[in-house]
Design a protein around this ligand. Structure first.
Ligand code: URA
Length: 211
């Protein structure tokens, strides 16, 4: 597994405002959207393309088009939903599947409560959206599900990652074609499984505590 931490002043600037406890939900959602578009630029560096000929008004030349089958984008509900528009802005022709996963706050284990995606995604490149790579449990379960359905190339986009979660993913997904792209590798997890310094509960900060 490869981990790529984006080192860019615009990413750091937006992330700092996201971390700020005074940032309200509308601003948090807008900044998440902008930040994901910046992460997506790097995360899609290896998106599959085909060479094509294109006629400009002046001459014919060689260009590229995204390959088929089209990439699949999979937000992990609830908080991954806040990353979807930022991702599909860069990949408008991607298809979208959904995985609903919840973390038990006592045991910190993840379970799936909803799945909406094709049974067979053989040969597809998949982009998983999950803002917080904390213990790694949710992402490991999600990526195993995608690989069991045939995905052969998975990139996870996370706003933040904890070293503990990266270590778990490296151990549990060793030898699989997985990449993590994140805006920051933070210090670690606290006793409640929150990323430190982190930004709190990403879902609550986007949508409030009703869900
Ligand atoms: N999930 C969150 O929303 N925040 C954390 O810090 C860890 C997991």
């Amino acid at each position: 597994m490869r981990t790529h931490v984006i080192d860019h002043p615009l990413v750091a600037h937006k992330l700092t405002t996201l971390r700020d406890e005074r940032t309200d939900s509308p601003t948090f959602r807008r900044l998440t959207d902008e930040l994901v578009t910046l992460l997506a630029y790097e995360a899609t560096r290896e998106v599959r393309i085909d060479r094509v000929r294109v006629a400009t008004p002046v001459t014919e030349t060689e260009g590229v088009r995204l390959s088929h089958p089209r990439p699949l984008v999979v937000p992990i509900l609830r908080a991954g939903l806040g990353m979807l528009d930022g991702m599909t802005r860069l990949l408008p022709t991607a298809e979208v599947g959904f995985l609903g996963m919840i973390r038990d706050e006592e045991t910190l284990t993840a379970s799936t409560y909803a799945t909406r995606m094709p049974d067979d995604i053989s040969g597809r490149q998949v982009y998983v959206l999950d803002p917080m790579l904390a213990t790694g449990g949710t992402l490991v379960a999600a990526i195993r599900e995608l690989i069991s359905r045939g995905a052969d190339d998975v990139t996870a986009l996370c706003l933040l990652a904890a070293p503990e979660g990266v270590t778990v993913m490296e151990r549990e997904l060793a030898g699989t074609p997985v990449r993590v792209v994140t805006a920051s590798l933070d210090e670690g997890l606290n006793e409640s499984g929150y990323i430190v310094p982190g930004l709190g509960d990403a879902g609550d900060r986007m949508y409030g505590t009703a869900g």
